[in-house]
Design a protein around this ligand. Structure first.
Ligand code: HEM
Length: 446
């Protein structure tokens, strides 16, 4: 083998490398080094070695072709505190078996029954809105997607205050990002009020989930929700048995957490972009008026709402809810003439690739027409990967598309949202890409 050099990259400081620059402004740092150093960039993050891949083919190689050579990131290890060994964090044989069990639950035909829930909940939120009032659209969308996932997953109304699962979930969810901060594990065992509240909420949530599992097992009834389906699933290709209660709990919690904030962000950024591009908004409204003619959307409309789909696609290009995917190399890995040593982290950022002018001319422009099929076909597949790729590709992808399109159609058919003048719109790359100061928007009935 020829000698392989380390890829170019910022020098950083002794010992810490680029750690401080990286955490100070992750998106700014990654954009800058991608621009300066090209398709493969190396930088140190404290004791860790990091490689940023900026070419769609390299990304496909890691996520698809050579996926066996990689583990998921260290941050996900921490998330096991809440998610246990659910799909997002499990590895190897366990992941394979669970994926096989859960995939059918997400099969298109099964999730179609949830379309109605999505439209009903969106329409309910629209009915609560009042003309000329200002709302934080991000909060509204979080509330909506949480309610949708609560209903479809547990057949529970998490919106109602009296609901114990709603309260416990809110506590766990708001504290969840904190778990992923570097070195946050050092704080776990200190009886901080936050830790005490968090542990109590987690226990309450567990008790509730186990009770629901027991009720469903006892009754032997399929309530049509995802939890029932998880309980009924059996591994036909493997041991022909189902999941333990603990495994069902972990999967349910994972789907709950993975299944709402991402979609909420996609929707929030869509409303923001529409408010900034009146031409796009007008075309969207025209499509909705023509296809729906004032009635609520149904699943059958999905195929007809092609511009609505392009709007959501383009919004997730500019503001991908999952803005980076991280993998850890199990063995030395060769890419583009360089070696990534075993143990190093590989970063692949949707945010960076989706704004690369090689694939998207005038990249910062919100232009849904980029997604007409001919244009789309001219780009390499991994120039757009909001849902990742390979065996760890998002299992909720079709659920998310359906939810996104139906919610946009339901709400934009009746309402127009304008950004409150002077509202600061900034990106916060937490686990998902959020608007740092929320999204204050004024509502106007159409
Ligand atoms: C716009 C919405 C969504 C986006 C952008 C998104 C994005 C992603 C991405 C990028 C991954 C792969 C992460 C990696 O490879 O490291 C992923 C995995 C996953 N997502 Fe989603 N997601 C969305 C909605 C959902 C929904 C609605 C659900 C469930 C109801 C869900 C459940 C999951 C699960 C369980 C995984 C782990 C899959 C595995 O490793 O086998 N996601 N998602």
């Amino acid at each position: 083998m020829t000698t392989l050099l380390r890829p170019p990259g910022p020098k950083g400081k002794p010992l810490v490398g680029s750690l401080l620059d990286f955490f100070h402004d992750m998106l700014g740092f990654l954009s800058k080094v991608a621009h300066e150093y090209g398709d493969i960039v190396y930088f140190g993050l404290g004791p860790r070695k990091a490689f940023l891949l900026n070419h769609p083919d390299f990304i496909k190689d890691v996520l698809v072709t050579h996926h066996r050579n990689f583990l998921k990131s260290r941050a996900l290890e921490r998330s096991k505190l809440v998610l246990g060994n659910g799909l997002l964090s499990s590895e190897g044989d366990l992941h394979l078996r669970q994926r096989r069990l859960i995939q059918p639950v997400f099969h298109h035909m099964r999730i179609t029954t949830y379309g109605e829930v999505m439209v009903n909940y969106a329409s309910r939120i629209g009915e609560q809105w009042e003309e000329e009032t200002t709302v934080d659209m991000h909060e509204e969308m979080m509330r909506l997607t949480l309610a949708i996932v609560g209903k479809t997953l547990f057949d529970a109304d998490v919106e109602s205050e009296a609901n114990e699962i709603g309260k416990a979930l809110t506590e766990v969810i708001t504290q969840f990002p904190r778990l992923l901060f570097p070195l946050s594990e050092l704080l776990d065992n200190i009886p901080l009020p936050k830790n005490i509240r968090f542990n109590k909420a987690r226990q309450r949530l567990d008790t509730t989930i186990y009770r629901m599992i027991e009720e469903r097992r006892d009754g032997g009834k399929d309530r049509g929700d995802l939890l029932s389906m998880l309980l009924l699933a059996q591994d036909e290709e493997g041991d022909r048995i189902g999941m333990t209660d603990l495994q069902v709990r972990d999967e349910a919690m994972t789907l709950f957490l993975a299944g709402h904030e991402t979609t909420a962000n996609a929707l929030t950024w869509t409303w923001y972009l529409l408010s900034q591009y009146p031409g796009v908004e007008k075309r969207l409204h025209e499509e909705l008026d023509t296809v729906l003619g004032g009635r609520l959307p149904t699943l059958e409309d999905l195929e007809l709402l092609s511009y609505t789909r392009m709007v959501l696609t383009e919004a997730m290009r500019l503001y991908p809810p999952a803005w980076v995917v991280v993998r850890r190399a199990r063995n030395d890995y060769e890419v583009g003439g360089y070696v990534v040593p075993a143990g190093a982290d590989i970063l692949m950022s949707q945010y960076i690739i989706h704004r690369d002018p090689r694939y998207y001319p005038d990249p910062v422009r919100f232009y849904p027409e980029r997604w007409i099929p001919e244009q789309q076909a001219s780009r390499p597949p991994f120039a757009y990967f909001p849902f990742g790729g390979g065996p760890r590709r998002c299992i909720g992808e079709s659920f998310a598309w359906m939810e996104g399109i139906l919610v946009i159609a339901t709400l934009a058919a009746k309402w127009k949202m304008s950004l409150v003048p002077g509202h600061r719109v900034e990106l916060q790359p937490s686990i998902t890409l959020r608007p740092k100061y929320g999204m204050r928007m004024t509502l106007e009935r159409r």
